[in-house]
Every structure is written in structure tokens, then in C-alpha cells.
Design a protein around this ligand. Structure first.
Ligand code: ZN
Length: 474
């Protein structure tokens, strides 16, 4: 007997928990610095962040301020009364035996952020401290390796941003994380660099039959070090859960790590029982109350946020939403692009040059805006052709000034000179000419190539093409 298998139409349900390292100069509760990358292990510590008995934490005012600004930018309600709590658990990277975090009275709740027309609700944004790091040597603990602890990171200020399960695809999850990065960088709350661990995204992933209002069993994805990895990890997990349920299995609630090497998620820890952290209010820190005037002051100090800037740039420069998104992904690039417009560069060509030639190689450095604007204008005015423009950009990116970068370059636009070259190429290539006249449109490409070659790449190709077509149609 044959029967057709009806596959269930699954809907993805994804919530995100993102930890962000705040851009403060000192740690969350002590005076140790935050610039510890590359320093010897355990050289950036003090009695407070080592968790020695008898020490007292002091709240970092700047961290609170950066959190509040982030929460305001995420449209959250700031809570007038907030406190810190101890989250108790044992792990070798946590010398105190507890982490100072926030439990039932976080600093902010009930926000939202829009990604590509979809609203993602923010459940809460709270402040906590980071733990140290375990460093493993050898292949594994079971083959004679050692584990050592480095507490340089212990006590770094962390902001945790939790969403409702409003995301519906791997692309949503990635877009959310990217939008968050743009936002945090814009307000100066964090470098938000995933590769450096400044932004750590965890995705809670489950699926359910489309139309159902019940939530499926979720898995929590960790070890995600890039936006690409986030996209792949969620995509893999959605597929894995779908296949599991289709074949009659069940999803187990657990933490799964993303393996970049194997391109799959791997079970790390089952979460059959809810962990009990025995939270209680941190007795060494005072609760905080925020004056409405202080919150308003912070709200007014917020710069233009990425979404608003995108809309404005799209309108000002007549760009598509997609191009505007590319140009505003990096704060410096967005500023650079606006400088080009201020300097009189035409918006569309300027956008194309920045997206096509600057963004792919952007590493934090940018050419001088006035020099770059001169290039954009030069190509528009016909002083240089596109190939020459690209060469000039490369030199500008290497630090050359415009005069130096464009030295010796000029587009050959003299109709008489070009016509002479075109006539020579026509007489030297009778086969291509015959092909074109026989209806092979592609043959003109070969002839243009010859003109380009004969002019050492300087020919105004638009003009040369016109001349060629004119002569060949006679
Ligand atoms: Zn310290």
C-alpha cells in the first residue's frame, strides 16, 4: 500500500539572550582595568575581583549609565528601584562562589527593537559581572591535560539583554544580533565585537506546528563566535529538531554548543531540572533608585540611532533600504558616507563606491573624505574611467592623497583620438566585425576589450562604445 507522507509545516520560535561587555575603563565593582586582552594570566586582578573574604564591591557608575542608555535606546521602561542579587553556584572560574547579578528587580523591562519591519520585544536588560576563564591544556581532561584558571576577566561589567521568543528564522536571529551591535556601537555602550567576545549571543530555539500557540521544548545554543555562526547554528538546530520530531522522537531540553569545525550543534548539558541558584539580595551593595530627571537627561543625550539614521540616509541619498543598511552597519563608514555627501559627492555614485570598494576591505581605517569625494566627482565628470577609479581608491586606502593617487591618470575622452583607435581596431579584427554584423551582439565586447588594451586602459569606454556602434552600423 502506498500513502503520501504529509510533512508538518513547522514554525521556528527563537528567543535570544545576549551578553554585552560594557565599554567602561574599570571593572564592575573594583578599580581593575578592562583592557586586559593579551596580558599575562591573573595580572589584572585585585582582592575584590579575586573574591577574597573581607573585600567590598563598589558599583561602577559608568556601567550603570551605559546600561540605562542601552535600555532607553531599546525602548525599555527604566525601573525606579533596582537592586543586585547573588546568584550562587560553584565553578572554578568563580572564586567567590556567587556571581553578582540582578534577579527580580532588573534595571529595565518591556522594550522593543524593530528588525526589517518586525518588532522584537525585549523582556529585560540587567547588569551583572563576568566570571574568569578556564584555560585547558592538552587534548582533554581525560588524556592528561590540565585546566588552569585566568581571572583577568573576573568582574568585567556585563549587560544581559533578553528577548521574548519573537524571532522566526535563523536570518531573524542574525539580523537581531547585527542590529543590536549597530545600536550599541552607536551609543558607545560597547565595541560589541563577537569575535572578541564583547557580544555573546545565545539562542533559545524550538519549533511547533504552524498555527499552534503552544511552545515546543527548547534547546539553548552556545559557543557562537560570529554572525555567520549564529545563522548556521540556528539553521542547523531548526533542521535537527524538525527531523527528530518527524521521525517520532522528542526534543530534549538541553544546552548545545556550536562546533565550527563540524558545523553542527553538540549536546553539552541536559537541563532536565531547573537550576536553583538560591538568589538573595547582595548585602554589600545598596539598592539604586533613579531620579526621573536623570533618566530624561540620559534619554536626551542619545545620539541618532541606526534605524533612524538608515531612514534619513535612504531619504537624503535616495538609497534602497538594503544599501542604507550596508552603509550604516559600521558607525565610522556611516559618518564617512555622510561626509562625502556634505562635500558634494553625488549620493548614488558615492554609495556605490563605498559599498563596492571600501566596505569589502574595511578594517577600521578609511581614506580622507575630501580625497575620496574628489575621486567620486572625478569619475562622474569623466576625468577617470571606472578601472582608473578603482586604482585610485586602492592608493587612497593605502594612505595616498588624491593628487598623488591620481597622478598620471586621465581618461581618454578626446573623440578624435578615440575614433582613430576604434578605426584601427575595426580594420585589425575583421572576424569580430563580421560576427557583430551577423547579429552576434557579444562580439562588440571583444572589440571594446581591444580598444581598452590599445589605450592602456585609459579609454572612455562609454564614448568608445558609441563610436564603435556608430561605425559598425554603417
Ligand atoms: Zn579587581
Amino acid at each position: 500500500m502506498r500513502h503520501t507522507q504529509v510533512k508538518t509545516d513547522w514554525e521556528a520560535v527563537i528567543g535570544m539572550e545576549v551578553h554585552v561587555q560594557l565599554a567602561t575603563r574599570s571593572k564592575m565593582f573594583c578599580g581593575c582595568g578592562t583592557d586586559y586582552l593579551g596580558r599575562p594570566p591573573n595580572s589584572n586582578v585585585c582582592p575584590v575581583c579575586l573574591g577574597l573574604p573581607g573585600t567590598l564591591p563598589v558599583i561602577n557608575r559608568r556601567a550603570v549609565e551605559l546600561l540605562l542608555k542601552s535600555a532607553l535606546a531599546l525602548n525599555c521602561e527604566i525601573q525606579p528601584f533596582t537592586k543586585f542579587d547573588r546568584k550562587n553556584y560553584f565553578y572554578p572560574d568563580l572564586p567567590k562562589g556567587y556571581q553578582i547579578s540582578q534577579y527580580d528587580l532588573p534595571m529595565s523591562r518591556n522594550g522593543w527593537i524593530d528588525i526589517g519591519g518586525k518588532r522584537v520585544r525585549i523582556t529585560r536588560v540587567h547588569l551583572e559581572e563576568d566570571t574568569g576563564k578556564l584555560v585547558h591544556s592538552g587534548d582533554s581532561l581525560h588524556s592528561g591535560g590540565e585546566s588552569m584558571v585566568d581571572l583577568n576577566r573576573s568582574g568585567m561589567p556585563l549587560m544581559e539583554i533578553v528577548t521574548e521568543p519573537d524571532l522566526r528564522s535563523a536570518t531573524d536571529a542574525r539580523d537581531y544580533a547585527m542590529e543590536l551591535r549597530a545600536l550599541l556601537r552607536t551609543i558607545g555602550a560597547s565595541e560589541a565585537d563577537m569575535e572578541k567576545g564583547h557580544l555573546r549571543a545565545e539562542a533559545n530555539v524550538s519549533i511547533r506546528p504552524r498555527g499552534s500557540s503552544q511552545l515546543g521544548v527548547k534547546t539553548e545554543l552556545k559557543n557562537i563566535n560570529s554572525f555567520r555562526a549564529l545563522h548556521r547554528a540556528v539553521e542547523f538546530e531548526l533542521k535537527r529538531q524538525g527531523q527528530l520530531l518527524e521521525s517520532g522522537g522528542t526534543v530534549v531540553q538541553e544546552t548545545r554548543g556550536w562546533s565550527e569545525a563540524e558545523q553542527r550543534t553538540i549536546s553539552q548539558r541536559s537541563k532536565e531540572f531547573a537550576e536553583d541558584y538560591r538568589y538573595f539580595p547582595e548585602p554589600d551593595l545598596p539598592p539604586l533608585t533613579f531620579e526621573p530627571a536623570y533618566i530624561e537627561e540620559l534619554r536626551n543625550s542619545l545620539p541618532e540611532l541606526p534605524a533612524a539614521r538608515r531612514t534619513r540616509l535612504a531619504e537624503r541619498a535616495g538609497l534602497s533600504e538594503y544599501d542604507a543598511r550596508l552603509l550604516t552597519g559600521e558607525l565610522e563608514v556611516a559618518d564617512f558616507f555622510e561626509r562625502l555627501l556634505d562635500l558634494g559627492a553625488e549620493p548614488k555614485p558615492a554609495a556605490n563606491w563605498v559599498i563596492g570598494e571600501v566596505l569589502p576591505v574595511f578594517d577600521g581605517r578609511l581614506p580622507d573624505a575630501a580625497d575620496f569625494a574628489a575621486l567620486v566627482k572625478g569619475v562622474q565628470a569623466g576625468d577617470f574611467n571606472r578601472d582608473q577609479g578603482r586604482q585610485i581608491v586602492t592608493r587612497l586606502m593605502e594612505g595616498a592623497a588624491f593628487a598623488e593617487a591620481s597622478a598620471g591618470m586621465a581618461q581618454l575622452s578626446d573623440a578624435g583620438e578615440l575614433a582613430a583607435i576604434v578605426d584601427r581596431i575595426i580594420s585589425e579584427n575583421p572576424q569580430a566585425v563580421a560576427d557583430f554584423r551577423a547579429g552576434k551582439q557579444a562580439a562588440i565586447g571583444a572589440l571594446i576589450g581591444k580598444v581598452k588594451q590599445a589605450s592602456s586602459g585609459t579609454a572612455n569606454l562609454k564614448l568608445a562604445t558609441e563610436l564603435l556602434r556608430d561605425r559598425l552600423s554603417r
